[in-house]
Design a protein around this ligand. Structure first.
Ligand SMILES: [Zn+2]
Length: 186
């Protein structure tokens, strides 16, 4: 709705507190039977990995969630830690770069399943991931290319940055009203 040339089929991936994906098929958001479609953060990356609050083990969130990455980069509590992480990575900080490489690898492994299953036109990184993309993408794309049988979907960065998920939520409400104004008036 907001981006010129956005494909009709794509997988949007964002990370804040957790990692979520939104699958858009033919221009429409796929919600799943119970509204939980896109729980990419709980896709296992290492089946024998550490226990996750969801009940599983070795979920993506434990390797590429915001907290996990900030911890791996040695960043303690503070304001705008994602911005600080990006600054350090840009300056060549080894810990920051290693943490982001690890997160990119984990994202690539988790996304392999989604891409093999769904064959989207593109994978779009949004939210906090868009600010960290320069250091996540190489490892992510390497894993995805290595693990997918067909030519891997292109990975791009959302032009909406961190505002994308919020704008999407707001527009989905507006769109529901436009699609069926009578239901709202009733
Ligand atoms: Zn989990």
């Amino acid at each position: 709705w907001l981006g010129e040339g956005t494909p009709a089929d794509f997988l949007h991936v964002s990370a804040e507190i957790g990692i979520g994906a939104a699958l858009v098929v033919d221009g429409k958001l796929l919600r799943g039977t119970r509204g939980f479609a896109g729980e990419l953060g709980h896709v296992p990356v290492r089946p024998e990995g550490p226990a996750c609050p969801c009940g599983g083990r070795g979920c993506l969130e434990q390797y590429a969630g915001e907290e996990a990455v900030l911890r791996a980069a040695g960043l303690g509590p503070g304001e705008d830690r994602v911005g600080l992480l990006a600054e350090r990575a840009a300056a060549g900080d080894t810990d920051a770069r290693r943490a982001l490489r690890g997160a990119g690898t984990a994202l690539g492994i988790a996304l392999t399943g989604a891409v093999n299953l769904l064959d989207p036109r593109a994978v779009v990184l949004g939210g906090a991931l868009s600010r960290l993309a320069p250091w996540l993408l190489p490892a992510l794309e390497r894993e995805l290319t290595r693990r997918t049988a067909t030519p891997a979907a292109g990975v791009t960065v959302s032009r909406l940055g961190s505002d994308g998920p919020l704008l999407g939520a707001a527009h989905s409400v507006v769109r529901a009203v436009l699609d069926d104004p009578v239901a709202v008036a009733a």
